[in-house]
Design a binder for this molecule. Structure first.
Ligand code: PDD
Length: 276
């Protein structure tokens, strides 16, 4: 953890030097929201969309903050880092609460924290497992309360997988830290936006960028069986870009590793956001 640039409550310093109160509600209640903002070749990918989502997450939890200050800090972290490619992690918590009361006091001072790291945006082939989505019912909020994801992803890691694809009862929701796309008979599908999934920014960018290239992605409700008959599956996120699924552990699938539709979408995405 050498020389990672961080910012805590407006003060820029080495990540290691930042001291946080254990009574921060980020610790005691996971009462905090976050963003992961990627940049490639010094260009920030979809900055405004990340700031908007951060602001929506704060609104959903009634965390009052000056979003323009947060956005300035994120820009400062990126411009002063020596990295060409990387991302900023930025978190906003409701603040330090000496009473540890479930019912928070609205006068608490919001606590902000961020850091910037180097990251290589390499497309990685993924082995995944399927699991029941055990998370809460507001997965559209980018909250740091991620224990459902953490439990499922670590179980999947024990099975030598890189990710999970979750389903609520039989309905496909999303990956542990990504959104899901799949191809059946040449047509691309992805679960519709709802409170069951995070409105992924990579998902949104891919849908609009492919549309401009004459490729239509259908958003709908899909079952585990739909996924299992797909000829291609991929996961999207700000840190993965598009990651192709090559195996679903424990299931026979029709996945073709050299699927044309996947490669076309990956090329469109990379040309638009990860080139130069
Ligand atoms: N996670 N769904 C979940 C549950 C996620 O955690 C993420 C991203 C996504 C994809 O969203 P986006 O395309 O906006 O990154 C979908 C980030 C990268 C993380 O938690 O590190």
């Amino acid at each position: 953890m050498n020389n990672i640039l961080g910012v805590f409550n407006g003060k820029f310093q080495d990540l290691e030097k930042i001291k946080v109160s254990p009574l921060s509600r980020a610790y005691t209640f996971s009462d905090s929201v976050y963003e992961v903002i990627p940049f490639y070749n010094n260009n920030i990918i979809a900055f405004d969309k990340h700031i908007n989502r951060l602001s929506n997450s704060c609104d959903a939890l009634n965390i009052k903050t000056d979003i323009s200050l947060c956005s300035d800090e994120i820009l400062h972290l990126i411009s002063t880092s020596n990295h060409k490619n990387g991302y900023v992690y930025y978190q906003i918590s409701r603040g330090v609460d000496a009473l540890r009361s479930h019912m928070y006091d609205t006068s608490l001072e919001v606590e902000t924290f961020g850091y910037v790291v180097n990251h290589a945006f390499e497309s990685k082939d993924l082995k995944v497992s399927l699991c029941e989505d055990i998370r809460w019912q507001r997965c559209d909020i980018k909250s740091t309360s991620l224990l459902g994801n953490v439990m499922s992803m670590n179980q999947s890691k024990n099975n030598h997988c890189d990710e999970v694809i979750m389903h609520k009862d039989d309905e496909i929701t999303e990956g542990g830290a990504s959104n899901v796309f799949f191809v059946i008979d040449g047509n691309i599908h992805t679960p519709s936006l709802s409170t069951k999934i995070l409105p992924g920014i990579t998902r949104e960018l891919l849908i609009s960028e492919t549309k401009q290239n004459g490729i239509f992605i259908e958003e709908g409700n899909y079952s585990v069986n739909d996924l299992l008959r797909a000829e291609s599956i991929w996961l999207t996120s700000s840190t993965k870009g598009l990651g192709q699924v090559i195996e679903i552990i424990g299931h026979d699938t029709k996945i073709q590793v050299n699927n044309e539709v996947f490669h076309k979408c990956n090329e469109i995405f990379n040309n638009a956001f990860l080139s130069g």
